[in-house]
Write a protein that binds this ligand. Structure first.
Ligand SMILES: NC(=O)c1ccc[n+]([C@@H]2O[C@H](COP(=O)([O-])OP(=O)(O)OC[C@H]3O[C@@H](n4cnc5c(N)ncnc54)[C@H](O)[C@@H]3O)[C@@H](O)[C@H]2O)c1
Length: 333
C-alpha cells in the first residue's frame, strides 16, 4: 500500500476513533465519513477536555458514537472488533493539569493505551493503529529543526506519559504484530477545539481573544519559535501515514517547516481577525517550568516515506479558524 490513494482508500473501511468527539478526532471523523468510511467514535466526554457534540454536527447521522472510557477493558475489547483502522487519540491532554495532578495522565495515557493495544492483540490483531503523541516528548531541542532521532527529555508528566504510550504502541507492533504508526504532533490549531480555557491549545486561545476584541498575552519577549500546524494538514498526515505500508513501525514528526514566533502569531492573528490587541506578559511559574524554548519539527522523514507535506499557510489557517468560530461561537464559548 502506498499513500497516493489515501483519498479513496477509506471508502467502506471500518474505522474506530478514540477521542473522536474532540478537536482532532472530530475533524478526522468528518474527513473519513466524507470519504465513505464507516466510523465509530469512542469518547468519554470528560469535562474540560475537547469533547463537544456540535463537533460532529455535519456527520451526526453517519457515525456511531459510543460514550465510553478507553480504560474500560470490556468495551474496548468489543469496539476494536472488525475495525480496519484504529486512530487512538483519547487521553489526558492538559499538560498544565499534569503538573498538579499526575494521576489522570498516568491512568488514561498509559493504562488507556495498554487497554486499546491489548484489545487489538486479543480481538483484532489485523487492525492498523495510528497513535498521536506530541512534540513535547522531546523536551527542549538540542538542535533545530528537531528530527525523530533527537533525544527525548520530556519536561512534564503529560509528555512522559505520551512518550510511554508511544513506546507501548511500538512494542505491540514489534512483539505482537499490531501494525502501528507513531506520530509526534506539533501545536495543532483550527476548527472544533475546546475554547473554554487556556490550559492547552494556545493558537485557538489566541483566536478566541482576537475574536472577543481582547488583549492576547504574549509571554516573555515573544521570540520563542514554534511550528503551528493547521488541523486539515494534520488529518492528511494521519490518513496518509495510515495507508502507507512503509510507515508501520515508524515514528514521524508531524509539523510545519516554517517556524513562527509567538509575537508573529499574535500579530498575524489580529491582522487576520481585524480585532484584538496584544501585550507582553510574564510567564506564570508553572508555564515557565514546562516551556521548552524554540521548537520546530524536521519533517523530512514523513515527506520522504509517506509523501505528506503541509499545504496551509499560517495566514490561511488562521483565517479559516476565525471564520469557523465566529460562525459557531455559541457552541464553543
Ligand atoms: N491539539 C494539539 O495541538 C495536539 C498536539 C500534540 C498531540 N496531540 C494529541 O492528539 C490527541 C487529540 O488531542 P485533541 O487536541 O484533539 O484533544 P481534545 O481534548 O480536543 O480531544 C480529546 C478527546 O478525548 C476524550 N477522552 C479523554 N480521555 C478519554 C478517555 N479516558 N476515554 C475516552 N475518551 C477520552 C475527550 O473527552 C476528548 O473528546 C491527544 O492524544 C493529544 O495528546 C494534540
Amino acid at each position: 500500500m502506498n499513500a497516493s490513494n489515501w483519498q479513496t482508500h477509506f471508502r467502506t473501511r471500518r474505522v474506530l476513533i478514540t477521542g473522536g468527539m474532540g478537536f482532532i478526532g472530530s475533524n478526522l471523523a468528518i474527513q473519513l465519513v466524507n470519504q465513505g468510511a464507516q466510523v465509530t467514535i469512542a469518547d468519554a466526554m470528560i469535562p474540560g477536555y475537547g469533547g463537544n457534540l456540535f463537533n460532529i454536527e455535519p456527520i451526526r447521522q453517519q457515525v456511531t458514537v459510543n460514550f465510553c472510557d478507553i480504560r474500560d477493558v470490556n468495551t474496548m475489547n468489543y469496539l476494536v472488533q472488525g475495525q480496519d483502522y484504529i486512530f487512538h487519540l483519547a487521553g489526558q491532554v492538559d499538560h498544565i493539569l499534569s503538573l498538579s495532578d499526575p494521576y489522570p495522565d498516568i491512568d488514561m495515557n498509559i493504562k488507556g493505551t495498554a487497554v486499546v493495544m491489548e484489545a487489538c492483540k486479543h480481538h483484532n490483531p489485523k487492525a492498523r493503529v495510528i497513535y498521536t503523541g506530541t512534540r513535547g516528548q522531546y523536551g527542549s531541542a538540542v538542535s533545530l529543526p528537531v528530527d525523530e532521532n533527537a533525544p527525548t527529555h520530556p519536561k512534564g508528566i503529560y509528555e512522559i506519559t505520551r512518550l510511554t504510550a508511544e513506546k507501548i504502541t511500538q512494542v505491540y507492533h514489534e512483539v505482537h504484530g499490531i501494525r502501528s504508526v507513531m506520530l509526534r504532533l506539533t501545536n495543532v490549531y483550527g476548527p472544533r477545539a475546546q475554547m473554554i480555557h487556556a490550559r492547552y491549545g494556545v493558537v485557538n486561545w489566541f483566536a478566541r481573544l482576537a475574536i472577543d476584541g481582547a488583549a492576547i498575552q504574549v509571554f516573555g519577549d515573544g521570540q520563542i519559535k514554534r511550528d503551528f500546524l493547521y488541523v486539515d494538514d494534520c488529518i492528511e498526515a494521519m490518513l496518509m501515514a495510515a495507508v502507507c505500508s512503509d510507515a508501520y513501525g515508524e515514528v514521524f514528526n508531524v509539523g510545519l517547516d516554517q517556524p513562527t514566533t509567538f509575537l508573529e502569531l499574535a500579530q498575524t492573528m489580529i491582522e487576520v481577525a481585524g480585532t484584538g490587541t496584544w501585550a507582553f506578559a510574564p510567564f506564570s511559574p508553572e508555564r515557565k517550568a514546562q516551556e521548552p524554548g524554540d521548537f520546530y519539527s524536521d519533517i523530512s522523514k514523513i515527506k520522504r516515506i509517506v509523501g505528506w507535506q503541509p499545504r496551509t499557510s499560517l495566514a490561511v489557517g488562521l483565517a479559516q479558524t476565525i471564520a469557523y468560530y465566529r460562525a459557531h461561537k455559541a457552541h464553543y464559548w
